[in-house]
Structure formats: C-alpha cells, structure tokens
Design a protein around this ligand. Sequence first.
Ligand code: KIV
Ligand code: ZN
Length: 506
Amino acid sequence: MDRVIIFDTTLRDGEQAAGGTLNIQEKLGIAHQLEKLGVDVIEAGFPISSAGDFEAVRLIANEIKKPVVCALARAHPDDIDRAWAAVKEAKHPRIHVFLSASDIHLLYQLKKSRQQILEMSRNMVARAKGYCQDIEFSPMDASRTEAEYIYQVLEAVIGAGATTVNIPDTVGYAIPDEFGDLISGILKNVPNIKQAVVSVHCHNDLGLAVANSLESVRQGARQVECTINGIGERAGNASLEEIVMAIKTRQDLFNLTTGVDTTQIYKTSRLVSELTGFLVQPNKAIVGANAFRHESGIHQDGVIKMPITYEIMNPKTVGIPASSLVLGKLSGRHAFKERLAELGYSLSEEDLSRAFAAFKELADKKREITDKDIESLIAQEQRTTSEDYHLDRLQVSCGDRGIPTAAVRLVGPDGQVLADAALGTGPVDAVCKAINKIVKVPNDLTEFSVKSVTEGIDAIGEVLIRIESGGITYTGRGADTDIIVASAKAYMNALNRLLAAKKAAG
Ligand code: KIV
Ligand code: ZN
C-alpha cells in the first residue's frame, strides 16, 4: 500500500495563528510529542523570523531523531543560510523555500515579472541544495496561479534539486474538484515530476482544507501538510487528525496508509491546545469533547447493542481513554499512578509525588475525579513548575454591596515572599491589580474566558487569559475548583510567560 507523508506544520504555520505564540521549551515539548505521534516531517519554524524561533528550530533539530526536521525560508539568500544554520545538526534536515507565484502577488506585492520569479525560485533552490539534499519548494498562492506557469516553475526547481514540490492553497480559495485537477495536471504535465514528491498545503478559509487535501491525495499527491487541531493562519490549516483518520477509516476508498500512531492523537491535541491556549470546539471532528458522545436515545440504544451502528471509529484508536476506574478521596498512590499511565503520562517520582498531593487536595473538594480532572490537574502542575513567580495565597472579598478586594501572596524568583492587596471593579480585576503591584510588568488583559472541565457544581473551572505587552500576546491558563483562584493562576501563568520571553530576548 502506498504511504502518505505526514508533514506537520503546527510549530510553524500553526504558531502563526493570531495569539498562538509558543516559547522555546513549549515548541520542543510539542516536537517530542509529534515524534511519538509518528509524523514524518516536523516543520519546526521560520528561523530568520526571530532569534527565539531560530533557537527553537536549532534545539528541535538537535533533539528530534526520527522525523525530518524542516526550516522555512523565503527565496532569499539570508533566509536560506539562516534556515540551514538552524537545521544543520538534524539527523534528517530539510530546507523549505517558498516564493509567491500568482499574478496577484507578483503585481501587487512583489512587483516582479513571472520570468524574474522563475529565476529566483531556481537560484534559491540551487543555493539550498548546496547545503542539504532534502529540499522542498512551494509556489505560494498556487491555487490562484495559472497552471501552465506552475508547471514551468516546478520543472525549474526540480531541475535545481527540489525533492518535494508543495502546492499551497495559501488563501483557502480552492474547491476540491478544481484543486484535484491542479494536482493531476501537475503530475501529467511537469516532465521531471517523478523526481519529486508532490505535496499539498491547504488553508481552511472556506472550511475545505481537509476536503482539498484528501482530493489531492486521491489524485496522486503523497505528502500532506497539516496541523494539530487545524490551527494556523486565519481560519487555520488542514487538520492532521482529520486527514489521518479519514485515510485510516476509509482505507477501502484510499488504499493508502500513514506512519501515524493514531492512539497518540488525543494526547497531542490536548497538549497543543494547552500550550497555545486555543480551545478545541466541542463538535470538532476526532478530538472535540462531543466527537464520540451520543445524545439521542435512538443512537445510545444502537451503540449499546453494537457500537458500529453509530460509531465509525473506536474512540480508543485515537487515544481517548475509556475510563474503567473512577478515582476518589480513598484512592491510593498506586491507583493514581496506574490511571496516569493509562492516560499516557509517565512522571518522575518527584513529579508524581507533587501530582498525587494535588490529587488528594482535589479529592477533598470533589467526590469523583474523572480523567478530564486528572488531565487538568497534571497540566496545572506542569504550568507551575516553570514559573518565576508562584501564587502562594489568595484571599478575596466581594459581593453585591462590598467593594471587591483581593490580597495576594506570591513567592518570587529567589524564594522571597511578596504580598500586596488591591481594590477592583470585580474580584478578578482586584486579583490582577494586586498581582500587578508585585510583579510590575505593564500589560493589557485582552481576553478572559472560563469553562468547566467536567459537569457538576464541584467541577474544575479552567480559565484562559491573554495579555498583550509590546505588541506580543501571551496566553495563560489556570485550573481550580474555585474560579477566582483559577483566574489568578491563569494570570500568573501569562505573566510568567511574558517574563520568560523578555529574559530570552535579553
Ligand atoms: O500558506 C502558504 O502558502 C504557506 C507557505 C509558506 C507554504 O504557508
Ligand atoms: Zn500556510
């Protein structure tokens, strides 16, 4: 069976999504999880774009062994040199060069002729080839480019050494039939096309990114570029989990395979959502909270009798844990550890002890601890371990007549205990103001949302906060059964990420 190469661009195009910035350690953590997921290529970043991104790509290139590690570069010598400097230590390095091809971009943005673009594409691929064997080229905005011109560009870049030619639907304009025709046209009309893998990169502006990618695969494309949870520029990119599961579930139709270990999908989705702060919509295919929930009585009846009646995939194949055990106040360390292992976590003894203490604290407040509670608890633990400032105590007074007041106590970077208090328009405002008096980093709070992790009045509340400072957005998350405490934790998380980014920038 033919294999489709899964090229993951969560760390590059995914991170380009407004508000989705990740720090170096977070990018590295996601890259390790992508390796476990079994993707073939990780596009780790755009090294020329910032010193931080260069460093993230370099670290990923050094640590990731199985997948190809790819760096993006414009068709410009400095970009290519920088991309190579970042990935040269990788076991399997790739440079991905891109340049606009559509007349719209040539006329209004680049102000260059088709001939000039063709020459630049050829020359820059040749420059990249001087460094590295594995070269990808993308004629940007291909779906709005005359097909004959794309054929010429592709022939030229393959002649110069491109081993993958990627066809981007940059603005998400294509319709499946039409995009499929473009791919089959390329396979028929580019004389040296057999020397390269044909890839597609679809955006989701019309909600067709996955459909366009799948149609391309049917027409002969053998690499698909996609992101976890479909995150990415504007409406996002084609969603990796949807493409992989469509190919697997409809093997009868595609007769294709991927190297993805689908049981890692759910965990990867949760990690990316947690670190980028982009919540997964409940009805999202494959990884949404409702994706495998049956509400209608007729459906429930069918699933109980035989799951295949209304379930086309077994939730276990995407790694959604089927919980057999409900934990509670009396559960011991061993049962907790077992449950963690079933959920795919393997913690060091020290981390396990901390997580178990947090679990016991939660079990005192909440009768039944579900898998979602445990995931939220572990995420909260992981957030706090890398913090400069740590929330130690919080006391709030509010009500319809009182003046919202907050007193906070933080532990600072050198272990010093710092306390202050403030008034606010509401309890969350008072908490943020009290924290600001201690941490003193100017910022604007741009987004605040609360959701409950599970059902019930004693559910854990998860708060997401975005703050802006110097034109950059930082996301923070916090979880607790008390939503004011969760808000304080989320705000501290965002502030700590801001401080870490400032430190990294020198
Ligand atoms: O959408 C796009 O065209 C891109 C290219 C850099 C491949 O992201
Ligand atoms: Zn893109």
